[in-house]
Design a protein around this ligand. Sequence first.
Ligand SMILES: [Zn+2]
Length: 137
Amino acid sequence: MSFRKFGKKGFISETKVADFVKHLNDGKIMATKCNRCGKLYFPPRADCPYDMSTDVTWHQLSGRCSLLTYTTAYFAPTGFQDEVPYTIALAECEEGVKVYALLSKDIGEKEIKIGMKLLVTPLPLPNDRITYELKKA
Ligand SMILES: [Zn+2]
């Protein structure tokens, strides 16, 4: 039995936003936009949590954003030891949505400044996987 049968309201979870990864592979950072209330969501949501609308469409973000806050981790859980130190950042896109992602390793710790301009960028990973990160604009 799939998750579609769960709970009082029906939500189709992964399927409607699966194209997010395809768009990333095409170099596009896509949010979803609710056609009823106009709210944008990133990461994309299959349905609007504000008004429960299922009338949601893809909306490409410019990727341009500025740094709101960040933290650098020097210890990592099992499996991520090779990644330290890494910096997790929260940035606000010019479209108003907030992006929570790793800061590119290209940005030196001393360069990091609140308000600095960043760009949400697809980041290919080994084994044909992909994610996104925040790079210097
Ligand atoms: Zn809505």
